[in-house]
Structure formats: structure tokens, C-alpha cells
Design a binder for this molecule. Sequence first.
Ligand SMILES: [Zn+2]
Ligand SMILES: [Zn+2]
Length: 483
Amino acid sequence: MITLRNIKVWNTGEIIDLRLASTASAFFHEGAAPAEDADIDASGLTLAPGFADPHVHYRDPGQTYKESMVSGCRAAASGGYTNVLVMPNTLPAMDGETIVDPEALGAKEVLDAGYDNVIDYLQHYEAAHDVQLPVRYDLCVCASKGRAGHEATELDHWRRYLPDAEESKDDYQRAHPVTAISDDGLAVTPEILDQVFANVKDSGLYLIEHCEHHDTGAVNEGPVSRELGVPGIPEDTELNIVARDIAKARELGVHVHFQHVSTAISFDAIRKAKAEGLPITCETAPHYLALCDEALLKYGTLAKMNPPLRSEADRQATVRAIADGTVDMIATDHAPHTLEEKALGFLESPNGIIGLECAYGVCHKVLVDGGHISDERLIELMSVKPNELMGHESCDIATLVENFAEPAPTGPGTRKGVNRLLDLNRVESPEDVDLVVLGTDQAWTVNPEQFHSKARNTPFGGWNVTGRPLATIIGSQLMFSRL
Ligand SMILES: [Zn+2]
Ligand SMILES: [Zn+2]
């Protein structure tokens, strides 16, 4: 049993001792692995509910040279995440349709594993590959067939994957349900908008909207795009989709979640809609808080994403929208690509950067060290709020302590008679306890070469940040450690 002494509960400030049930079978670590009976002085560290990310791209099946379920889930666990929502732009896409072309990219991986549909394959990934993945995950179904934007997906083809579907399911299906609808990478097209919203309403899921539609342009329109000679993307490409979907949420009363919001004008629209009481939520990503389009001059295509990095004024508006609560949560939009692909230039290179392994440090540097929000609020934005969106309850550490903690036995390293001991072997549902251990003021330098992700496409390499996830606990078991 591993014991962490003198760790601070993130929201009550109580200093406790924490005893873990055991080490998970998928456990991995950096540095020396803690001994089985390790007694670790965790003074100065913080215990929080595990992070959740409603926006990751794992490229499996179809482009596993960029990322696989295994490498992507390891990236998540080592970044402090215990729960992620996998976006549907796999190849083939997660649209619920039976694979008809065995020659299509990625089809062979699915068919060889004995499945004829990507959702079934991903639900049973661990069984199909005889591996254990180190993070919990749910799946997102496409809004359109093949994510092509021409035909809405058919609810009858994916209804059986919903969390409350009545059909008998195995443990893998129950563990990885479809919980949202999105064509992420592209906005839902006008031609299928009504049918997609009908599917949202009928299924009871929420729509995750990628708020960006433009036919030309590769970077934010402005002085930087003109300096680079690269066609620009106007800021209202985002607002157009945000405003359209706010109207739909008002008309139908369904929940729309806006991904990676990046412009001041979109935040204004969302602020107004929330004041109206509409069922909308939004996220932004670490890069829209840390960088503006001037980063293109320094980092080249490692700063190319969609939506594009906007102006410095928009970056500041994004920070303000975090501070005033307009932004509900932070998501990474973890988007793995090879450096060869990213070297193709501003017009040809793919959009996006990876984010899972440095999101906390980058956000902590900008938001907490920058004096905009508290440590506690950042944890809400990365853990409590995204868990809530994804339909999961965050671990209520304070209540566990109240209900199950006992006076800690004295011994080396204990503050005699002061700490209570929370032994996760003795709580009521240890399988539900997901936690992260944070060094909130630990300084470190981002080194992509040490990432567990297969990809290295990040502009944050070499950044000095503070705040680091040091251990991830899933189901009361230690899953990852760099303690
Ligand atoms: Zn997107
Ligand atoms: Zn995305």
C-alpha cells in the first residue's frame, strides 16, 4: 500500500494522509516507481478530482502513426486526466455505419479485430488488442455520415450505444458509451442542421459544435496574415456558427456545447445567451489563452490550428471570459500530427497541436500565476466542469474524508494527532474514486521529447511553466506516477 502524507485537499485546504488501494495493472511511471509499501511525504502537494477532457483526437483507427488509443490514453493519464471524450474524426469515422469498403483507410484494423463498425471497435479496444488503457473514455458519434456534411447520421444505427440503451450490453460497452454528437473539425453544415438537431433532441445527447466555417484562409486575418502572405480567416467565421446554434438552442431547448471558442465577439454572444438562461456551455483551449497570432512568426505551423490563433485583443478577451465565468471549462483539443506533416507550410499543413501533457502547466502559468483566477478555480475548469458536461460525477474528496477518514496512526513523517487518514481501501465505492495529485507550484520545463504521446507537435516545447500533475489515481488505484 502506498501512503501519501500531508497532502492538501484542493477545496477545503485540510491536510490529510491518503492511502491507495493498490497499483493499477496499466500503471506506468516516470523516474523510479514507488515501492509497494512506499510512505511518501506529499507536503505542499494538492489532491484534486481527476481532470477530464471533453475534446481529444486519438487517430485510431486510420492514422495510428500519429497517435493510437494506447499512446493517447497514456498522454492523458500522465497529464492528470482520468476521463476523456474521444472525437469522431477517426478513419473510418465514428458514424455508427457498417464498414462497406474494406480498402478504406483504417477499415482493415477494425475488420481484422472482428468488428464491422468503428464505435463497436473502440468500445472493445482493450479486448481486441489485449491491452489495458490507463484512462477512462467515452465516445462521440459523428453528426454526419462519414463526417462529410451531406447526410445526418441515423440515430437508429447508433441508439444502442447510448448510456441508457435498453439492449443488453457487455462491460466494455457500458464503460465506453456514446455521450455526445459532433462533426468536430467542421461545423455542422446548413443542409443537415435540422436533422442533426432532431437527432440531438431524440437521443437526449448534447451537440458539440466546432464553430468555424470558412472556404479559404489558413491563419487569422490581420497584420500577421498579411505579413506572412497567407490568406486570412475573418473573426466572424466563428460568430456565424455560434449565433446560428444559439438560435437553435433557444428554439429547441437542446444543449449545445461550443468547442474552442477564440474570439471576443463570440464570447459576447455566449455571455448574452447565458444571461437568457439558454442551455449552452463552452470551452476554450490552453493555446487560445497563452498565444495570439503573432506566435505564427515564432513557431510557424506549430501555431497553426482551427480556429486560428486570433489577435492579442482576442487572447485577452479569452482570459477575461475565463475570469468572469463565461467559459465553463478548459479542453485541450489534443490533435496529434507528425512533424513532417506540420512542415508542409501554412497552406498545406494540418491544423492543431497536442495538449494533454502540458495543459495544466500552461494554464496555470497564464491564469493562476497571471493573477486571473485561483488554483481552486483552475481545478474546477479542468476537472469538475468537464466531468459535469460529460455526465460524470467528480470525486467529492471532502465528503469521503468526512465519511471514511480515521485518525492517522503516528509514525515517521506524520504530524502527530493532526492529520486524518483517508484509506481508499475502506471507502464505499473505491472503483469510482478518480484523483490527481498536483504540484501546484512545481516549476518545470515542457519537453515534448518526454511526452507519452506519439506526437510532438506543440509550440510549448521549452516553455518554463509552474504546476504539474504528479500522479493519477483511477478507481482508487495508482495509474501514473512521477512522484
Ligand atoms: Zn475543432
Ligand atoms: Zn478538435
